[in-house]
Design a protein. Sequence first.
Length: 173
Amino acid sequence: MSYTHNSIRKITMLGLLAAICTVLRIIKIPIPNVQPVTDIIMILTLVNGCSDGLILAILTMLVSNLYLGFGIWTIPQIVAYIICVLTVVLFKKIFFLNKFWWLQLGVAGFLGLEYGLVVSLCMVVVGQAPAFIAYYTSGFLFDIYHAAGNLVFYPLIYWPLHKILENYGKQSK
C-alpha cells in the first residue's frame, strides 16, 4: 500500500490536532468543561470539511478518554461530537456559515449546549427517561460553562487556526 505525500500530511495534521485537543481536555482549569476543543473541531470542519471534523472529534474522545477514563459516557461523548460536527456542516450549507463570523460565534456557543443535551439523551439507552432527566439537570450548569468557554475561546483561536489550516491546504495542492 503506498501513501501519497498529501495523505501522509493529512494524517500528520489530524494526529497533531488530536494530540493538542487531548492535552486541552486533560488540562484542568478551575472552571469545568471550559476548553477550546469544540471550537477547534468546529474550525477544522469549516475549513477542511466533515470527514476531517469527524475524525478529529472521534480521535480526541478516544485518546483523551485513555487518560480520563472510559465508561458508559464515552460512546455518548463521541455521538455528541459527531452531532456537533454535522450541525456545523448543516449550518455551513444552509446559512453559509463561513461568510458570517458572528453566526459562527453563535453556533460555537450553541454547540456547548447541544453537546450536553446529546450526551444526556444518549443516557436514555442506559437508564431510560429518569437517566436523561438526572444527567441533563445535573449537567446543565456544565453545559453553560461549555457554551461560555466556546464563546471566549472562539475569537481567540479562530484567526490563527483558520490561517494555519488554509496555509496547510494551499501547501497540499
